[in-house]
Design a binder for this molecule. Structure first.
Ligand SMILES: [Ca+2]
Ligand SMILES: [Ca+2]
Length: 196
């Protein structure tokens, strides 16, 4: 047990991962330990089943969809950098992030806009850039409990789409999505503390 990764240097590509995700060395080290603990059979990657052990995802109604996003091209394994890249969207916005940023640097993954983009693609299953009434209905089905009838769900889906749909094409574009969530504290809702 003694030799088990106590230094960030053991993490493959640690510097580029840190630049891309904004996680500190210390956080990356803890995430790496978490990654290795989740990887119970020491495969060097995580499967869908490994990720299902994460409590914050298990209790999230969209947990399965979030887990899907760890496997963007249909592969069934995610390595450490892929794991951290998704988690970076959920990184709480800390005080240190509000400081002056080099304008040449890309927008951090946990910015409000990137969190919104990530949330949007959880809805937009067919990736056509719009949330259709049907896609809205599918998300509501996951989020709302069994006490709501199908008919009620359909009317909630209709109303939700109608309220956000400014150009009247019957679907919610990303821009309409961001506007409809303007008043919602997405930064907080899209923050999952994976580290205790
Ligand atoms: Ca769509
Ligand atoms: Ca629209």
């Amino acid at each position: 047990m003694g030799s088990r990764s106590s230094r960030a240097a053991v993490i493959p590509d640690v510097d580029s991962i840190r630049r891309e995700t904004g996680f500190s060395q210390a956080s990356l080290l803890r995430l790496y330990q978490r990654f290795r603990a989740l990887d119970r059979s020491e495969k060097g990657y995580l499967s869908r089943m490994d990720l299902q052990q994460i409590g914050a995802l298990a209790v999230n109604p969209l947990g399965d969809r979030i887990i899907d996003s760890f496997f963007p091209d249909g592969s069934q394994r995610v390595d450490f950098s892929g794991f951290v890249r998704v988690l970076a969207y959920f990184r709480p916005i800390e005080d240190e992030d509000t400081g002056i940023r080099d304008s040449k640097q890309p927008e951090p993954l946990n910015s409000r806009m990137n969190k919104l983009r990530f949330a949007f693609q959880l809805y937009d299953l067919d990736r056509d850039g719009k949330i259709s009434r049907q896609e809205m209905l599918q998300v509501l089905r996951l989020m709302v409990g069994v006490q709501v009838t199908e008919e009620q769900l359909e009317s909630i889906a209709d109303r939700t789409v109608q309220e956000a749909d400014e150009d009247g094409d019957g679907a919610v574009s990303f821009l309409e999505f961001t506007k409809s969530l303007e008043k919602m504290n997405i930064e907080q809702k899209m923050s999952i503390r994976i580290l205790k």
